[in-house]
Ligand binder design. Structure first.
Ligand SMILES: Nc1ncnc2c1ncn2[C@@H]1O[C@H](COP(=O)(O)OP(=O)(O)OP(=O)(O)O)[C@@H](O)[C@H]1O
Ligand SMILES: [Mg+2]
Length: 755
């Protein structure tokens, strides 16, 4: 819901121009502004939030838009100037105490000569206790982060930075993590945290063929509520593009290995952008500056500082901050093998190390010095134990913890969140009245909007990669062509019948195999899906549905191509209606096959493993389809597999389409002896043999008598239990079943947490 107020005090572009958080053109200035930034002139409180700014953007626009937003529900809150300027929003304090996280390591063979190594390791935090074989990744870490500030986690690679961020972001399974994380004294519910926070991962997962602008716009459509007009969403995206310094790359595609796209640093910033679009209250970032040059890195942290100043808690890990970046950070936690070696503001670093007995030389970069010293100590025999101890006592004397203030920052979480929302934070459709503040809606948009946006995004991305579809089409056409030439114009002799059976079995299983191509595509999408749903960008159900819808047009095309290349070339029967059925059954198999592969991509997350499983299962389906062995010959304990074999139904469907005509003859009297030792005798001899046979059987069989009709073949093959259209419906139903299973696999599998 947009909180647009027609507050005369804020109308006018001049004001908007003064706001550093909103006006991106100012972000290219890299000089270090004072902490309150350019805002100090107008307000004492922190920077305005996105919501506030959007309100004013609305006011600066002409009446047409205001009209749209003029509905009473949008006027949930009337902000007066004093409420914005005089008052600081209720503060948030995220505190964490005694966070400890260990993982079980694989039992190693304790070789005699490895004893020494183990002995030194026990001194460090990376305790490899012999009895339990656990490795402690986080060891008793405590601290707090406040809104308006950036808390940075520093340390060498492998020191546990990402682990700490995961722990704070509730991405470690409950049972494994010890200690507490509270927001304003209250233990955070996982559902609540998902709504009010965002997590920017270390790796960038984006749709490769969308431009930067489109990527951010889609994110805005997911995260910002429907009630916010499109113009405002666009304004937000444009502001973000400027803030992140992406103006020049705005219309460039993201790109991947095959397509040239934006640079690595730009990708990084887009990844950050899509997660901060809704102005979360808590923002977690894992190394947002890695891989960026110093200016870009500084710009990113600068943006983060602005977000913090607008009333958010920003917690990030950083490898080696430059001197300028250090100036933007408010609190530091240095980690070494999962233990805290320093915790406090950057300004206290020199004093800390001086008192520890290692003063930082004048010209040295403080963090560099600290990290080097820590690494040195890690390598020494005593490890960092002394530093850890020193830090504990130092913290105790310099920043004595006040248990009272820690417990209650004065405001309940509920009040703080609703105050924050009423200031315009968390633009996710939250209402601002106090009663419902605790029930912030889980998703910004209704189901059908999500579906539309997802479908549009996926369609845009797919449309720009025509080669992917081209390859699939090529595969189908080549298979169709080979089949057409091998099985060219089959006749109705007993040999022809055998060849028809072979053609059907092969063609029907090929349709399924072709679907396996889609596995990597699904897997790539799955990662994006995981990231987006972890923080409630959209519902899983809308993803499953849109994913199905998007796949259908391509399937129709492929089915038609395959049916058209083979049907007449092979000489299948049934004319036009036969062709239409043939097309539908192939479409149904493609649908079932792609649903099956999609489902597998939800279960197995690895490409190679996925292929192995797909190929193996399809082979079993073919084996049990009824082509190699008739139903009545399958051992009773395997018969269930025959019924779940996806290939069975399309195979039986096309067989009935071909052999369903009772008037059509496939074996005449003269052809009885084909495929037998008597096949080579002359026609005169065959006539004599037939006469003898007729006499003994008491039935007259001449060389033109029909001995086997199509229906007889169906009976021989055991294809008697379903009509041909039932086969189509069963195949289609299998497709739906796998889509539903896919949904459940995502529901269960996408917890996105460490154990
Ligand atoms: N399942 C596990 N079993 C054993 N050790 C693990 C496991 N998961 C993580 N670790 C170890 O925990 C340590 C901390 O990992 P973490 O990813 O937090 O490091 P980091 O500080 O983020 O490093 P980087 O800067 O390289 O990202 C590493 O030494 C890693 O090898
Ligand atoms: Mg890391």
């Amino acid at each position: 819901m947009s909180r647009v107020v027609s507050d005369a005090d804020f109308s006018g572009t001049r004001y908007v121009d003064n706001l550093s958080f909103f006006d991106g053109r100012q972000t290219l200035e890299v000089e270090d502004l004072p902490r309150s930034g350019g805002l100090s002139r107008r307000m004492d409180g922190p920077s305005p939030t996105l919501g506030e700014l959007l309100k004013r953007v609305g006011d600066t626009r002409d009446g047409t838009e205001r009209e749209e937003d003029n509905t009473p529900t949008h006027r949930v809150l009337e902000l007066s100037e004093s409420s914005l300027i005089g008052q600081r929003p209720l503060p948030f304090v995220l505190s964490f105490t005694n966070l400890t996280y260990s993982v079980k390591t694989r039992r190693k063979l304790a070789l005699p000569f490895s004893k020494n190594r183990l002995a030194t390791d026990t001194d460090s935090a990376e305790t490899l206790s012999k009895s339990s074989r656990t490795k402690t990744l986080l060891d008793n870490i405590s601290g707090e982060a406040k809104d308006g500030e950036i808390l940075a986690v520093l340390g060498a690679s492998g020191s546990g930075k990402s682990t700490l961020i995961d722990a704070l972001a509730n991405r470690i399974a409950k049972g494994s993590l010890k200690g507490t994380v509270t927001l304003n004294g209250e233990v955070l519910q996982s559902r609540m945290l998902k709504v009010i926070s965002a997590y920017v991962m270390q790796d960038d997962l984006l749709y490769p063929m969308l431009t930067v602008e489109e990527t951010l716009m889609f994110s805005a459509e997911f995260r910002l509520p429907r009630s916010l007009s499109k113009t405002k969403k666009k304004a937000r995206v444009q502001a973000l593009i400027d803030q992140l310094g992406l103006r020049r790359a705005a219309r460039t595609i993201i790109g991947d290995e095959g397509h040239r796209g934006v640079s690595g640093g730009e990708r990084r910033r887009v990844s950050i952008g899509i997660d901060i679009i809704h102005d979360p209250i808590i923002l977690f970032l894992d190394e947002p500056t890695s891989g960026l040059d110093s200016t870009s890195a500084f710009m990113v942290v600068k943006v983060l500082q602005r977000i913090a100043q607008s009333g958010s808690i920003v917690i990030m890990s950083v490898h080696q901050p430059s001197y300028r970046i250090l100036g933007l950070l408010d609190r530091l936690i240095f980690l070494s093998r999962g233990q805290t070696v320093y915790s406090g503001p950057p300004s206290s670093l020199p004093l800390f190390f001086e008192e520890f007995g290692h003063p930082i030389p004048e010209k040295d970069n403080r963090t560099e010095f600290a990290l080097d010293l820590i690494r040195e100590l890690e390598g020494s025999s005593g490890g960092t134990k002394r530093l850890v101890e020193f830090n504990k006592s130092w913290e105790g004397t310099k920043f004595p913890r006040n248990p009272l203030s820690e417990k209650s920052p004065g405001y309940s979480l509920k009040d703080a969140i609703s105050a924050s929302i009423s200031r315009g934070k968390l633009v996710s459709g939250a209402t601002s009245d106090t009663e419902s503040a605790s029930s912030v809606p889980t998703f910004a948009n209704p189901f059908w909007i999500e579906m539309m946006v997802l479908t549009k995004r996926s369609a845009t991305n797919t449309r720009r990669m025509p080669e992917l579809f081209g390859i699939r089409l090529g595969a189908v056409l080549v298979t169709g062509f080979i089949l057409a030439t091998i099985f060219w114009r089959l006749d109705n002799s007993p040999k022809g019948v055998q060849e028809r059976l072979g053609f059907f079995a092969f063609a029907m299983s090929t349709t399924f195999y072709t679907c396996a191509d889609a596995l990597p595509v699904f897997l790539q999408e799955r990662d994006i899906f995981m990231r987006e749903t972890a923080y409630n960008a959209y519902r899983r159900s809308s993803y499953v549905l849109s994913n199905s819808i998007v796949s259908i047009p391509a399937l129709i095309f492929l089915s038609f191509a395959f049916a058209a290349t083979t049907f007449w070339a092979v000489g299948l029967s049934g004319g036009i209606s036969g062709f239409i059925f043939f097309f539908f059954i192939i479409l149904a198999s493609f649908w079932a096959g792609s649903s099956f592969v999609t489902f597998l991509s939800g279960v197995v997350s690895h490409v190679m493993l996925g292929y192995t499983v797909v190929v193996a299962i399809l082979a079993y389906f073919l084996l049990f389809s009824g082509f190699f062995i008739n139903r009545d010959r399958i051992p009773p304990y395997w018969i269930w597999f025959h019924y779940i074999s996806l290939v069975k139904y399309p195979y039986e469907g096309v067989m009935q389409n071909e052999f369903g005509d009772p008037t059509k003859c496939f074996v005449t009297g003269a052809q009885i002896f084909d495929n037998t030792p008597l096949g080579n005798v002359g026609p005169a001899m065959k006539t004599t043999l037939l006469k003898t046979l007729s006499r003994s059987l008491g039935v007259n069989i001449t060389s033109t008598t029909c001995v086997t009709t199509g229906v007889d073949i169906l009976k021989q093959q055991g294809i008697t239990d379903l009509s041909k259209w039932s086969c189509v419906w069963v195949t289609v139903a299998f497709g739906f079943l796998f889509r539903i299973l896919f949904y459940f696999s995502l529901l269960i599998g996408s917890k996105n947490k460490r154990r």
